[in-house]
Design a protein around this ligand. Structure first.
Ligand SMILES: Nc1ncnc2c1ncn2[C@@H]1O[C@H](COP(=O)(O)OP(=O)(O)O)[C@@H](O)[C@H]1O
Ligand SMILES: [Mg+2]
Length: 341
C-alpha cells in the first residue's frame, strides 16, 4: 500500500490554542506510522506556521523552520532551507478563528491539497452562530430565540429583552467556542458586563433566551448520502452551565452519558435533525451537532462544531467509540473521507 503523507495542523491563533494541542497529541499518537508519514505543523499564537520534529510536552520554535505555502502547486516550503514538501492531505486539528472558520480550508483549496472536514463555505457558516441560526430557521429547524448586538449599537435594556426572551438570558460571541465570552445574565448590570466581555471576542454578539435544558451532542462522519450519524450523548456540567472550566479543567466533575438516557422518539428526532442540519449547512467530513432538550421536551439545535475537540475526554471520539469505531479507526475514516472527495 502506498504511504500517505498527512500534514497535522495544530495550535492556532484562537483562545482554544492549548485545547488544539491536547487534541493533536492524541491524534498524532493514534495515527498508524506503518501507513502514514506525518508532518507536524504547529501554528503559534501569532499565526506563524512551523515544522516540528516531535510533539514534545514543551513546544519550542526557536530552532525550527517556518513553513510557507506555494499556491496552486500542492507544496509547502521551509524557511530557512527551501525544502519542498507536498502533503497528500491536511488534517486540521484547530479550533476557532483562523482554523475552524474556513480560512485554513480556503488556503487548502488554493494550494490544491485535500483537507479533512468541512469546506470553506460550511466552516464559515457554522463558525457564525447567527448565520447558522438564520439558515436553520429558514429550514424550519428549531433554534433558541435570540437578538443580535453589534459593537456600536446602543446598550439594550434588560427589561425590553426579557419581555421577548424571558427572565434569564445568555450572551455569547457569534464566532467563538469553548464557552469563551459566554455569560448567563439576569439583570441590566450583568447584561452590560456580559456584552462588554463578549465583544472582546467578536463585534457580533448573540443575546439568547436561556433554556432550562439537558445538553445533548451527536457526531456526524462522512459525506453526502454516505454520512453516518452516531448515537446521542449527554453532557452533565458540574456547574450552572457548561463553561470553559467545566469543559477542560482537570478537576471538573462534568459527566458524560453515552448513550443519553432518552425516550426513543426523542433520540430518533435528534438523529433525524442532525442529518438535516448537516445537509442544510453543507457540512462534509465531520461535525458535532449540539442540542438542548428543554423541560417541555422541545429539541433545539444549539450549535454546530465543524472541528470538535479530539482530546482523550472529548465527546466526538467517545460517541464513535460507542458505535464500535475506536479512536485510530475514526482518524483513519476521516482521512479517507478527505481523500475520496
Ligand atoms: N440559550 C442557552 N440556554 C441555556 N444554556 C446555554 C444557552 N446558550 C449557551 N448555554 C450554555 O453555555 C454553553 C456554551 O455555549 P455555546 O453556545 O455552546 O458556545 P460555545 O461555542 O462556546 O460552546 C452551552 O454548552 C450551555 O451550557
Ligand atoms: Mg458549545
Amino acid at each position: 500500500m502506498q504511504r500517505i503523507t498527512i500534514m497535522l495542523l495544530f495550535g492556532g491563533e484562537s483562545s482554544e490554542h492549548s485545547v488544539s494541542i491536547s487534541s493533536a497529541r492524541n491524534v498524532y499518537a493514534a495515527l498508524d506510522d506503518t501507513k502514514y508519514d506525518i508532518i507536524l505543523c504547529y501554528i503559534d499564537e501569532g499565526g506563524k506556521w512551523y515544522l516540528l520534529d516531535d510533539l514534545a510536552a514543551q513546544i519550542d520554535t526557536a530552532e525550527v523552520p517556518q513553513i510557507v505555502p506555494l499556491m496552486g502547486s500542492g507544496n509547502f516550503m521551509t524557511i530557512p532551507g527551501n525544502d519542498l514538501f507536498a502533503p497528500d492531505v491536511m488534517l486540521p486539528i484547530l479550533h476557532g478563528a483562523n482554523g475552524e472558520d474556513g480560512t485554513v480550508q480556503g488556503l487548502a483549496r488554493l494550494l490544491h491539497i485535500p483537507i479533512v472536514g468541512c469546506d470553506l463555505e460550511a466552516s464559515a457558516i457554522c463558525m457564525d452562530k447567527v448565520v447558522t441560526k438564520q439558515l436553520l430557521d429558514h429550514a424550519n429547524i428549531r433554534t433558541v430565540p435570540y437578538e443580535v448586538h453589534v459593537t456600536g449599537d446602543p446598550l439594550p435594556s434588560f427589561g425590553q429583552l426579557s419581555a421577548s426572551l424571558g427572565d434569564t438570558l445568555f450572551v455569547k460571541p457569534a464566532r467563538s467556542g469553548s464557552s469563551v465570552g459566554v455569560s448567563k445574565v439576569r439583570n441590566d448590570s450583568e447584561l452590560s458586563a456580559a456584552l462588554a466581555d463578549a465583544h472582546q471576542h467578536d463585534a457580533k454578539v448573540l443575546i439568547e433566551k436561556a433554556i432550562v435544558a439537558r445538553e445533548l451532542e451527536i457526531g456526524v462522519l462522512g459525506n453526502g448520502h454516505d454520512a453516518r450519524i452516531s448515537g446521542v450523548g449527554e453532557i452533565m456540567p458540574d456547574r450552572e452551565f457548561y463553561d470553559f472550566d467545566s469543559k477542560y479543567d482537570s478537576a471538573s466533575q462534568t459527566k458524560v452519558a453515552i448513550p443519553a438516557d432518552l425516550p426513543d422518539a426523542i433520540s430518533d428526532e435528534i438523529i433525524a435533525t442532525a442529518g438535516h442540519v448537516y445537509d442544510v449547512l453543507g457540512c462534509s467530513g465531520l461535525s458535532r451537532i449540539d442540542f438542548f432538550l428543554s423541560d417541555d421536551s422541545q429539541v433545539y439545535v444549539n450549535e454546530v462544531n465543524t472541528l470538535p475537540g479530539f482530546t482523550n475526554i472529548s465527546m466526538y471520539p467517545k460517541l464513535w467509540r460507542a458505535k464500535g469505531l475506536d479512536y485510530g479507526s475514526l482518524v483513519e475514516a476521516l482521512i479517507k473521507t478527505a481523500l475520496n472527495q
